[in-house]
Design a protein around this ligand. Sequence first.
Ligand code: SAM
Ligand code: DTB
Ligand code: SF4
Length: 325
Amino acid sequence: MSHCVQALEKNKEVRHNWQTQEALSLMTKPLNDLLFQAQSVHRKHFDANTVQLSTLLNIKQGGCPEDCAYCPQSVRYKTEVDAEAMLSLDKVKDAAEKARQEGATRFCMGAAWRSPKEKDFKVVLEMVREVKSLGMETCVTMGMLNNDQTSRLKQAGLDYYNHNLDCSESFYETIISTRDYSDRLETLASVRKAGINVCSGGIIGMGEGESDRAEMLCTLANLEKHPESVPINLLVKVKGTPLADMEDIDPFDMVRMIATARIMMPAAYVRLSAGRSGMNDEHQALCFMAGANSIFYGEELLTTDNPALEKDRLLFNRLGINALQ
Ligand code: SAM
Ligand code: DTB
Ligand code: SF4
């Protein structure tokens, strides 16, 4: 096939007119058919044996005023996570340096805020500049932002902003009451407008239905431009949160969610995000086969465990996966 025809084929796959019913039909196909389709799409857009590594650091833990039902950092729930002060610039620099040495290409800083206050925001700008100067990609997640803030982040060298939809608009009110779905979309629009890459995805296993999952993927895929990065989190059930006793979902549901995201957003990095500690190697391998090509690499997420570096290296070796350089 000529390069020109190949490019046309790829373009055809990048659509922005997805309907929930269509996404749902994809998601519920026989698993082998779904995996085959996802792998085929994946291979047109990416090297199928390369996975991108992002390392997370919680730069401001706990004490968040929001009521997200899954979150151990909300002040409203009695969890084992205490509120702490913001980390120092030096600590952040050291952690980023270590992450780079371990092979991560992106350093993601998370803060448990509804939205940043000016004084703290200035410190985050400084952190972005420092991490950027180490030669790493930078990512921040700290809640809602306005246009002034996104443009200042862009100027400081921010590459990605993570702001998840978390779930479908229909299911949203069961999970969060302290801000609206439209607030989330506005922040995403502002990030996009400022020229920062969008990182946005959600969580499964919160009691949502299959059609909620399909609806959320449609909202993401129907944005004017697909997010460059789509994290799919499996709920980490934390004691003290309202979702602590949710039932486990079928492991294949995670595989289906990833495969469907891959097909609907062919050129996005789909991240197998929270929840890997509870997955066995075979389950993770299926997620990579379904088109996941990014992970959080590092022994901690924000407040919960992630697999040990050595364990991930061994898994990559056994699967013949290389880390994106
Ligand atoms: N406070 C900011 C916000 O909510 O946008 C940034 C940090 S917040 C912890 C980032 C994301 O982590 C949430 O949107 C959610 O998708 C994910 N997350 C938080 N707790 C989780 C859990 N227990 N299991 C899975 N994902 C979780
Ligand atoms: C995302 O989608 N997942 C990350 C990141 N973005 C910030 C957070 C996962 C948090 C899991 C629960 C915790 O460690 O507190
Ligand atoms: Fe706060 Fe973010 Fe946790 Fe919601 S998810 S309670 S906004 S830290």
